[in-house]
Each structure stands twice: as C-alpha cells, then as structure tokens.
Ligand binder design. Sequence first.
Ligand code: HEC
Ligand code: HEC
Length: 476
Amino acid sequence: MSTDDGRSGLPPEADERIPRGWARHPRERMLITPIIAGVGGLLAFFTVVAIVVWLPIHTFDPPASADWSPLSNQAVAGRNIFAANGCYVCHSGYSRPQDVRNALYFLYPKISQPGDFFGSDQSPNLLGTERTGPDLSQEAGWHPDDWQRAHFYDPRFVDPMSLMPSMKSLFSDKQVEQLISFVQMRSGKSGLLRYAGQLYSKHVVITNQGFPPAPIGFEGAHATIAESAEPKVPAGQIPEVPNLAQIDRGYWLSGDPLPVTPQNLLRGKRVFLERCVGCHGIAGDGKGPGAKFMTPAPADFTSADDACCGGDTGPGDFYYRILHGWPGTGMENFGDRLTVDDIWRVVLFIKTIPNHTLDRNVLPQPKDYITWQPSKELLGWIATRQKMTSNASFDKKAVTDPFMQEAMRMFPGLAAGDTFYINGTTETLSLTAARNAIRSIYFDLLNRAWAQAKARGDKLPPVWQKAIPPEVPGQQ
Ligand code: HEC
Ligand code: HEC
C-alpha cells in the first residue's frame, strides 16, 4: 500500500528498512479474486464429495453376505416408520468388533459385514452414528413380540430407567405390528433363527402354562392382566417339567452362594426397584404396568408357598432366568447389565418379598428370607433324570446343525433322549421336536420374505444364497 506522499503507509521505522536508492517493490495485485477463491473452493469441495460419497454410493455394491435375508412386506412398512420417526438418531444399525466384545450374549453376537446391507430394502441405509440407545442391527429374536409392544407403548413399562421416548401417540395397532416385524426381521438369517426359537418357545410356554395369546398392537394397554388356566399334569411328570426344560440342569438344585446379610438384601431391593418393577410390580405381585401386554404374565413373588417349595423356584432357577432371560416370556436377559453378584443379591431379595419387604421404607432383614427346599417329588423326578451310572445322554457333543443348536439354546435343560408332554396335550417336548419346529418356522419366515421381495421387484442374490444355513453366533 502506498500513500500520496510516496511512503508505504507503514510506520516510519518500516520505511527506514528499505535501503536508499533501491526500487520500491511494484504494487501488488491480488491474483485470486474472491470469486475465483469461491468457485475454486466449491470445486475442491464437490470433488471430494464426489469421490468419498457419490462414487461409493453408486459403485460400492458388495454381494449379499451368507447371513443376509430379505424383509417381508410388513417389515418394509415397519422400516419406513423407523426411518420416518428418526429412530436411527438414537439407534445405530451395525455392530463393531468392540461391541461384540462388550456384549457377546445379547444384542451384539456378531460383527456386521458390508454384505449384510445388500439390496434395495436396505436402502437408503439406516446405519446411524449415535448410540444413545443400543445398536439394533441384531435386535431380532432377543425379545418376544409382547415385550416389544409393552416397550413401544412406554419404555418405562419394561425398563424403569429408560430414556427412550414413549411411542404410544405415534402408531396405530397396525403400525406397531409393522415396526415389530422390522425389528424382528432386520438381523439376517441368524436373527430369523433366533426369532423362530422365540416364537416356538412362546408356543410351548403359553400352552404349558395355560395362557391365551398376547393382545395385538397397543390393545394390551386396555386389557386385563392375563390369567393362566390350571395346568393339566400328564401322568409320570411333575408340573414344572416344561419350565425346568428351559433351565440348564446344573442350576436346578443349586443354592445362593452369597450370605443372607442386610447389605446383600438391601442391594437386591435396590436392583429390583430399578429394573424389575415395570413388569413384576411395585408390590412384587406381577402386576406392573407392562404386565397387561404380556402372556404369560410376569411372575408373582408374593406367595410364601412358592418361595419355599416351588418345583422351579430354587435360587439357581431364578439366577439362570435373570442371567439368560426366559425365552417365550417377557422375562429379559440381564446378563450383560447386572453383575453376577447383583443377580444373586436380587435372588436373595425376591425370597423376602412374601414378608412385605417391598413396602416403603422397609429394610429387608435376614429373618424375612424364606429358604427354598426341593420337594420330595422334585428330588424323585430329578433322580430319574440324572442317571449317574451312565451320563452319556448329557454328553455335550459338538452339534453342527444350527436348528439343533437353537433348540438347545432354548431348552438347555433337555437331554438328547428326553420326551415330555405339554399341559396334558399329546404334543411332545423334546430336542428333536423343538429342532423340527424351529426349522419349519425359520423356513416359513425366510421363504415368505423371499417371495414378497421378489414380488416387490427387489434386487435379490442368486437363489443358492437362500439355502446357506443360518449360524448361531457364539455357538460354533
Ligand atoms: C432419545 C433416544 C431414542 C429414540 C428416539 C428411540 N430410542 Fe429406542 N431406545 C433408547 C434407549 C436409551 C434404549 C435402552 C433402554 C430401553 O430398553 O428402553 C432403547 C431401547 C430400544 C429397544 C430395545 C433394545 C433391547 O433389546 O433392549 C428397541 C427395540 C428400540 N429402542 C426401538 C426404537 C424404535 C423403533 C424407535 C423409533 C420409533 C426408537 N427406539 C427411538 C433410546 C431411543
Ligand atoms: C419385561 C418384563 C419383565 C422384566 C423387566 C422382568 N421380568 Fe422377570 N419375568 C417376566 C415374565 C413375563 C416372567 C415369566 C413368568 C412365567 O412364565 O410364569 C418372569 C419370570 C421371572 C422369574 C422366574 C419366576 C418363577 O417363578 O419361576 C424370575 C426369578 C424373575 N422373573 C426375576 C426378575 C428380576 C429379578 C427382574 C429384574 C432384574 C425381572 N424379573 C425383570 C417379566 C419381566
């Protein structure tokens, strides 16, 4: 910059630094005008966008993974609701290696592959980035539909500490069912297999316990809590047999390893109030706000008789159900959310509920604890199952058939040769029967979804992809 007097306009000291007699530097012009800078900047920006966004979208098309499966029409409608309501803002749709390490037994059993997102029913993708809620790529089959209904109506009904918004104002009954279909079908073949196991277990549990099917959509909000009919006990069986079939045998007679102290009981009460009252009720009577949606209805813990002497109410049985959940019922899996000690503590606490320890401001005391004793009938029956001379039937041989693996996951208490009857019907309960039923439900779901995707004109992988058997992650 120069001024009229030929000086630079800079402070006098600066002018002094130019040696006398030297030519002054020519006046500089800005070669890059703001317009050129603007256009150039935009060009650079859009080149980068084209390379990292546009190009991959239009050229990256990995083949379907072995686990990929299409969505049914109902699930596609549910996917649109999922997108329209911004569920992906809180829930991502892919699981990473570190997720699998954190939660192998629930929600994240496998790492997502690019080929899991094949096809037009996955586009535009709903991968999301935020994990305010859990990743839902593997949500299928972990809960039965009745749990999902109660949860969508009001997430606090099943998880008193949940921050997920209630969805009751958004959906008609039809839309709720569509959303549930999406959640239950989005996890590929391994998810379909889990869902098939869940559907079969639901059938066994409600038939055995004499419960009606669960209400559809949000009808449960206006229903009364389902009641069970008196179960019919087949000759030569004790009533709890089908329930015990869903608990690993090692737990049937085991006691609580923790001592009955005021501290343990108080901690157990706290866990119960924070996690369990939505279903089991603030009085422990099974009449929480979520209960109306569910069949079987949540367990009632107020009976002293049940606490001391039930055939499947031992501390080990309770522990196993809280750890793994109870497939076919709304009882969920707490294995990834509670520590082993906290589970045993809440088991201790549950055994004090008949003595009114859930009342306000009551500190549960060791004297309130009801000790469980196996009945003579239970011991007699177990003795017929535990053939100590030959335990060949309990041998854990490597099983490669995924349908059998799933049957064993649903019914860990069944040995290979066991055959029982369900609620006085002629229907048998055995690993083979479970395997066959789960297999046919799985293929029914898969074949119907393929046919519907084809009718929609979706891009499908070659037909042999359909025949690749599903895997039960973590069971190989
Ligand atoms: C504000 C964030 C937020 C939004 C929006 C949201 N969720 Fe959630 N969601 C959560 C949180 C947190 C949890 C975990 C606690 C719970 O189970 O309620 C959760 C849990 C879930 C679960 C159960 C996971 C499991 O198995 O434990 C499902 C299914 C689910 N959400 C579906 C949806 C759908 C479908 C929508 C859209 C209609 C949605 N969520 C919207 C935060 C959110
Ligand atoms: C989403 C609802 C729900 C939640 C939350 C829930 N439960 Fe359950 N629970 C059930 C249902 C449904 C059953 C099955 C009852 C049946 O089939 O008879 C059940 C069964 C059980 C059983 C087996 C009872 C028996 O008599 O064999 C135990 C123990 C149990 N729950 C403990 C808990 C504990 C502890 C918590 C909290 C950490 C909890 N539940 C949270 C719904 C729930």
